[in-house]
Design a protein around this ligand. Sequence first.
Ligand code: CAA
Length: 705
Amino acid sequence: MAEPALVRFETENGIGIITVDNPPVNALSPGVPQGIVEALDKGNADPSVTAMVLIGAGRSFIAGADIRQFGRGPAAAPPTRRHYDVLDQSAKPVVAAIHGYALGGGLETALACHYRIAVPSAKVGLPEVLIGILPGAGGTQRLPRLIGPKAALEMITSGRHVPAEEAQKLGIIDEVVPEGDLKGAAIAFARKIADQKPLPVIRNRDEKLSEGTPELFEGTRKAIARRARNQRAPYACIEAVEAACRLPFDDGCALERKLFDEQVGSDEAKALRYAFFAEREVAKIPFIPADTKLRPTDNPAVIGAGTMGGGIAMSFADYGFDVKITDATKEALDRGISRIRANYETSVKRGSLAPDEMERRFARIHPVDSLDDIKDCDVVIEAAFEQIPVKEEIFKKLDAIMKPGALLYSNTSGIDIDLMANMTKRPQDVAGTHFFAPANVMKLFEVVKGTKSAPDVLATAMALGRKIGKVSGLAGNGDGFLANRSRAPFGMEINILIEEGALPEQIDKVMVDFGYPIGPLAVSDLSGLDIGYDTRKRRAEQYPNYRKQPIADRIVEMGRLGQKTGAGWYRYEPGDRTPHPDPEVTRIIRETAAELGIPQHEFSDDEILRRLLFASVNEACKILEEGAALRASDIDVMWLHGFGFPRYRGGLMYWADTIGVREVYNQIAGWHQRYGERWRPSDLLRRLAESGSPLHEAKAARPMP
Ligand code: CAA
């Protein structure tokens, strides 16, 4: 059977319709640009055709170049006639009819058309910077000509998706048409402009380019310096837009292409492409069919109005859900509701939330007095105290009152999901849904599989996370689940390094230079050191061999709980969150180390980085060995969205591969000899090193229990 055509051409009453049909997102894969060129030739050659419409079949216009083709060896010879140029030069007008997404090469295609119309739900953008490149098909040259260099710079350096109505205000879209019959609206529009002469061709416009002053470009470079640290693509974007303002169109395009070619094979671009695909892969659970029927989740409830419960309720409200929230006492509930309001008010004060939107969101959160008031909800997320008897009591009660089929999820960060499931006569309906603090901000949503969790209960949890703007990933039900367990050795190693003579400010500097937005010790000060202290005490009681952290304990016992007490690993000036290195902390470190007889060393930055991250790489391999993670790339996604790992380094395991699996193994094996058991290399790591297989491609060694 013949392959279905990627691009179709048909005529309707004198209008040529070019339809791109390359599911799922109409990427410009090989064959698509050529198909567009052929269709344009047909339309231009057919005397009955007066104008043409370019439209996408399925759910989108065109989502851009086919990212899977990038980095696959030398690109095929560029087509002699690029569809962008053929569009520009078409003697008959072409209208781009946009629904879904017009991104990257997709928007560049639309910009080469003479007109653009869109439905209100459509989004346009040049998101190339997010995959470490820059628009490579004239986007940096046409967009500034159309909307001015300032607005173009903002769109190109942020990569954001711009909704149709805003795009119309900016001047990208000529007309927003009602949803429902885009093709009909496009044909009507095409008829209207069929006889127009001369045709509006963006490449010929330069009246807005004088806005591109040196101050604009310098100002943009300064403004992005923090978020663009260690990256080249955002600066290449600026350079290309700057070229649009000083060079003729064709020369600007040539420079854009040169920068694109330099960038597309860079480490940054490879890592960001990997992150893009890893984020799509994490949504897939191999043992659950993709067409599993999901359970309803329209009517959620949260148990516990503490910091986590409140943040979870906000996550629902922020994404349009009406959510019920309850707590054990009226006082706790009232306190929780006040805290939610205060959090929203802070966002309003910062300017990130409009006051009327805040009221709409707040009104979606419904405090209720008791568990009986939530019995008809589709889904419950329990976020009560992290104490086993409390959880057991709640799950017993939920089992007694909830309607059949209701989803019973727990936000525990460490308690065995099976303990809660076994309190019910419906353990198949129970699973973990672990949010990360602050729950309404952090994107990671760890779905924890209990031994008896039903497939649809897990699939629904994964989908629910996505519905509230999170990145869902599956974890096994072991101690610390997946994300926190993989990070725990990193935290432990920080404390050991400090005992051995590294100072908090040195460790934080290494990690910030590596790309974290803020150092791990400054983060601890921000969240409060008492949390870790309490966990350590509990763990020491639970596990006799638990490695104590005497310096961290001493800091807390001196009343230094972090920012909230004006001192922690750093000292703080009143009303200021800047961490200042504190000689008092140095003294505590040196004294405690001397008491314990721990020899002091100088550490190189590289040694610090490796000690911290390799400890976690080894643990991640153990997690895969036990089947508590499905794929190494899932661990990477969790580090990106749970712990602020720099995205342009791909993720923990991807980064380790940039050093080399053999070198990572040899280093860990060497440290095992030198420092003992905590560095015992995982068997999986050893096997990968022996075969030279990349860490980031590793899969679970056994099925998830
Ligand atoms: N190339 C190849 N595959 C793509 C793709 C692309 N540009 N965009 C999406 N896909 C694939 C995804 O990998 C996914 O595949 P699987 O089902 O096999 O996992 C599938 O299409 C559906 O994608 P999503 O799950 O992401 O669907 P969504 O509806 O949640 O999101 C989207 C749709 C917003 C378009 C999102 O996929 C996206 O952001 N895509 C990338 C867009 C982009 O970066 N475009 C610029 C490309 S670079 C360029 O165009 C350079 C140039 O200048 C010519």
